[in-house]
Every structure is written in structure tokens, then in C-alpha cells.
Design a protein around this ligand. Structure first.
Ligand code: SAH
Ligand code: SF4
Ligand code: F3S
Length: 482
């Protein structure tokens, strides 16, 4: 899972189709990671089978769902602020249903806050029961007060064959494992997402096969800890086994997975990627910190030396492999010496890019208690973050210079928001590529070779250097059932 700075995204854009006239409208705001994005697709699928149509305008919506993230205080504040602001809209549209879902809903403190400060919310449900949205909405309608139904765990069977509404295009995300058993001492996710549960290999395969049939060409496997996949089966299987079975599926060009945990990254998986023509050679390997005492207190279960050894082994078996990472700055008790070791590790690995975060105390986690005793003062935290970012930007700029003169295949995502004369695209390694728009042909969702002529810190740019590899995509009309 790539750590994305939380920001509100409109999951679905207005689709003013004729068949939607008169339909109730829904709007899902999605915060947080890809896991939440995928959950929003599953909520949207259920809503569309109930006759709802999407809208991007809050004042047009009959149902608004805020799909929340609890990973840092900033994400929580963002969601609570938004929920607070919807009070007025709800007063103007009393028939509108307002629901709060996602990771924050799994925390009792959120429920207490909502009851006290946001009685205009109609329904609260969590990460384990979102597949029951139809029933939840029916019951909420019967309720005068806020209906809260949050399950503590997912139960014995995983929900399969729930309708889902994927974004149009050729990229699809597929859950392979839910939950996390790692319990890093700073992290709330094991509490909001529960224990690890792998989806059956046959279910994943069937889903990818169906997606290929619908015209999807780039698949990302999702999990908090994807390389724990299958360890809970008897006999166990692993991510390399799954990829081996998926790779031959016709029509799929690119495979990616996120997020692997450095400790569980097997040699078998490295070797598989080394010889694969479909699996991305960009590995997102969150390191979090560069000093052993901090890694130990974070309960990351690897040392700096083991992490560096993994990077070296990956480089020796995967040609042109690149790395990205997540780093937390200002973990309780982090000294200047500890931080210097983080900078040193970043220098050694030379990540293509890094998501860098200020440590944020999460109530109920062990590190939150240490934060009370031994916090890194805020100005020091911020200064360290700035130094880390400056170093990483320099390295990202240098890494991008190596792309000059190369001709990677990129997947065009659409017109650049800033400049309509430019296509925004990505390489299989996840690099943003801006491509000059030389003709009127719509290249959205096409795989095209691009000659790189410009390299900056956050993107590279270039010109089309050949015909698209794929035909214009077919648009999936039906709502896939997964
Ligand atoms: N399962 C993934 C991602 C978890 S959340 C993993 O293990 O890497 C995404 C990122 O958020 C983490 O990698 C971590 O860098 C960051 N994060 C998690 N908890 C945090 C906290 N309490 N404060 C600041 N950053 C945090
Ligand atoms: Fe959180 Fe650690 Fe699990 Fe990642 S591995 S989700 S950081 S507890
Ligand atoms: Fe993802 Fe945030 Fe939950 S990062 S798993 S949405 S706490």
C-alpha cells in the first residue's frame, strides 16, 4: 500500500446518462490508502445495483459516505472537519443520508465524538461490514437516531461476489489479503483492519481472469502486508505462487503489488520478479527508520543491516529494479544520531522517491505512551523532516536524470490537469511522465512508448516514440460481481 497523504478525492464523477435520470444519487469521499479506494469501489457497486447513480456534487446527493482513514491525526482531523461542515447541508436537505465508514469508524473514540458532535450523521459502519451496505441503509432509514453497526472482526468467511464498481480504464486493484498481524508500535491499522485473512487463490485468479475479459490490463494486488499472502492456508502458498498463476493470463500486461513488508520478502519472490515480464520492477519497501534502536522499538522485526541486505539482493537478481519507501520522522525518543542513520540509509539505498511522515501518536498504540514520556519536540521533528525531504528530492532528481534518452512504455492516464496540451502518464515503475500531445487522438488508457527528453525532481517528460501497444479500451458497462 502506497502511503498517500490523505486528501479528499471524489471517487466517482457525475455520469449524466439518460438511464440515470430520476435515480437517487450517491457521493463517496475517500481518504487514506488504496485499501480504502477499493472499499469505496465495493460500496459504489452495491449502491449501483440498488439503483443509485453517482454524482460529484454534494448538494445533489441523496447519500454521502465519508470513507475515513485513521493512520495519522491529520487524516482524522480532515474527516471530522468535513463531517462537521456537512451539518448545514444536511439541515437544508433533511432527506439526505450521511454515512461515516472506514478505519476511523473502527475506533470507539470516533463513535463517541460523532454522537456528541455530529448527530446529523445517520449511519456509521466499519471496514468489516461494508459488504452489507444495502441492509445497513435499509435499517438506518427505520432508525430515528444515528445507527452504529461496527463489527470487531470480519467473521469466519470472507465476503466474495459483492458487486463492485471499478473506475473506468485499464487499471484495477484486487485485494489479496486483508488485515495486518505485524503490530508496529506506532500503527493503528491492525486495530482498524483486524487480523490477516488471505483470499483463496482460486477466487483471486477468477477475479483477475474476469477483469482481463473486461479489458483491464494493469492489475495491482493489495494488502497491508502482501507478502504474508497465503501463510494462513494449509498447505501454505505465497505471493510468488499467486503471481506464477496470474502471469499467464492473457490480456494482462502489468502486475504490481503493494505493500510488501521488508521482513517477509523471500528470495523466491525476488527471483520470480527477476525473470517476470509482467511484474513491476519498482518495489515499495517501507523502511520507516534507519537506526536499529528505533526499528526495534517500532517492532519492525528487521535491522538496518537486514534491510540493506534485501536491497542488495534485489539489485543482484532484478535488473533495473528501483525502490520507493515510507519513512517516519520523530518517533518517540528519536535522537539526532538515530536520525543521522536514517539520512545515511537514504543515501545508501537511493530511493526513487519516499513518502515521509511526521510521527503522529495513535491512541491505544504502545508508542503513544512513549510519546507522552519522551516526545521529539515539534520544531525538531519538522526540521528533521525538511532535511530528509531535501536529501530525497536531490536523489529523486538524480535518479530521473538516468531516464534521459530512454524510451519506456507508459500508460496514459488522461490529460494533465495543469496543461491540456499534455498527457499525464506513468511508467510501470510508477514514474510520472508528461507527454506532449501532438495529435487529437485520445490516448487515455493506452500503453505507448515515450522518448524521455526532460527530467525534473517529480516527473520526467518526453515525446511519443511509437504506436500504442493496445487497442482503445473497451468500456466495461456491467457492474462486475466480486
Ligand atoms: N502496511 C504498510 C502501510 C501502512 S500505513 C506498511 O507496513 O508499510 C502507511 C504508512 O503510514 C506507513 O508505512 C508509515 O510510514 C506511516 N504511518 C503509519 N502509522 C503512522 C503514525 N502513527 N505516524 C506517522 N506515520 C505513520
Ligand atoms: Fe501498520 Fe506495521 Fe502493519 Fe504496516 S506492517 S500496517 S505499518 S502495523
Ligand atoms: Fe488505509 Fe488509513 Fe485505514 S492508511 S488501512 S485507510 S487507517
Amino acid at each position: 500500500m502506497t502511503a498517500v497523504e490523505p486528501h479528499i478525492r471524489d471517487a466517482w464523477h457525475r455520469e449524466d446518462k439518460e438511464e440515470n435520470v430520476g435515480s437517487p444519487r450517491y457521493l463517496i469521499h475517500t481518504l487514506g490508502c488504496q485499501m480504502n479506494e477499493r472499499d469505496s469501489e465495493i460500496m459504489a457497486g452495491q449502491l449501483e445495483t440498488m439503483g443509485y447513480a453517482p454524482t460529484a456534487a454534494e448538494d445533489e446527493a441523496d447519500l454521502i459516505i465519508i470513507n475515513t482513514c485513521a493512520v495519522r491525526g491529520s487524516a482524522e482531523d480532515h474527516a471530522l472537519g468535513h463531517i462537521g461542515r456537512l451539518k448545514q447541508l444536511k439541515a437544508q436537505h433533511p432527506h439526505m443520508t450521511l454515512a461515516v465508514a472506514g478505519c476511523m469508524a473502527q475506533e470507539p473514540k470516533t463513535i463517541a465524538w460523532l454522537k456528541r458532535h455530529a448527530p446529523h450523521v445517520d449511519l456509521v459502519f466499519g471496514t468489516h461490514n461494508l459488504h452489507q451496505l444495502r441492509r445497513l441503509l435499509d435499517e438506518a432509514e427505520q432508525h430515528e437516531e444515528m445507527l452504529v453497526e461496527v463489527w470487531k472482526s470480519a467473521g469466519d468467511t470472507l465476503a466474495e461476489h459483492v458487486p463492485s464498481r471499478r473506475k473506468q480504464g485499464v487499471r484495477a486493484q484486487v485485494n489479496i489479503i486483508y488485515g495486518c498481524d505485524k503490530f508496529c508500535t506506532y500503527c493503528i491499522v491492525p486495530f482498524t483492519r483486524g487480523r490477516e485473512r488471505s483470499r483463496r487463490l482460486d477466487d483471486v485468479l477468477a477475479e483477475v481472469q474476469a477483469l482481463a475479459g473486461e479489458g483491464y490490463e494493469a492489475i495491482t494486488f493489495l494488502g497491508q502486508n502482501v507478502n504474508s499472502y497465503g501463510h494462513d492456508f494449509d498447505p501454505p502458498v505465497d505471493l510468488a505462487d499467486l503471481l506464477t498463476r496470474v502471469e499467464p493470463i492473457e490480456g494482462i500486461r502489468w502486475l504490481h503489488f503493494m505493500t510488501p513488508h521488508p521482513r517477509d520478502f523471500s528470495q523466491k519472490l525476488l527471483e520470480f520478479i527477476g525473470q517476470s515480464h509482467k511484474v513491476s520492477r519498482q518495489l515499495h519497501l517501507p523502511v520507516q527508520a534507519g537506526s536499529n534502536p528505533i526499528l526495534r522499538r517500532m517492532n519492525r522485526k528487521y535491522t538496518r543491516e537486514q534491510y540493506l541486505d534485501l536491497i542488495a539482493r534485489a539489485r543482484s537478481v532484478i535488473e533495473d529494479v528501483t525502490f520507493t519507501t515510507d519513512i517516519i520522522v520523530g518517533f518517540p525518543g528519536e535522537t539526532e544520531e538515530d536520525f543521522a542513520l536514517t539520512l545515511d540509509l537514504v543515501q545508501q539505498v537511493r530511493f526513487d522517491s519516499a513518502f515521509t511522515f511526521l510521527y503522529s501518536a495513535r491512541e491505544g498504540t504502545p508508542a503513544a505512551r512513549w510519546e507522552d514520556r519522551d516526545p521529539v519536540p515539534n520544531p525538531v521533528k519538522k526540521d528533521r523532516l525538511n532535511r530528509l525531504m531535501a536529501l530525497q528530492y536531490q536523489i529523486s532528481w538524480e535518479a530521473n536524470q538516468h531516464l534521459l534518452g530512454t524510451t519506456p512504455v507508459v500508460l496514459v492516464e488522461g490529460r494533465s490537469k495543469k496543461d491540456p496540451h499534455v498527457w499525464a502518464a506513468r511508467t510501470q515503475q510508477g514514474k510520472v511522465v508528461l507527454v506532449e500531445r501532438e495529435t487529437e487522438t485520445d490516448l487515455t488508457d493506452r500503453f505507448v512508448p515515450v522518448r524521455i527528453t526532460v527530467a525534473k525532481t517529480f516527473y520526467v517528460a518526453g515525446r511519443i516514440a511509437g504506436e500504442p501497444l493496445n487497442a482503445p479500451p473497451r468500456r466495461a458497462k456491467s457492474i462486475p460481481m466480486w
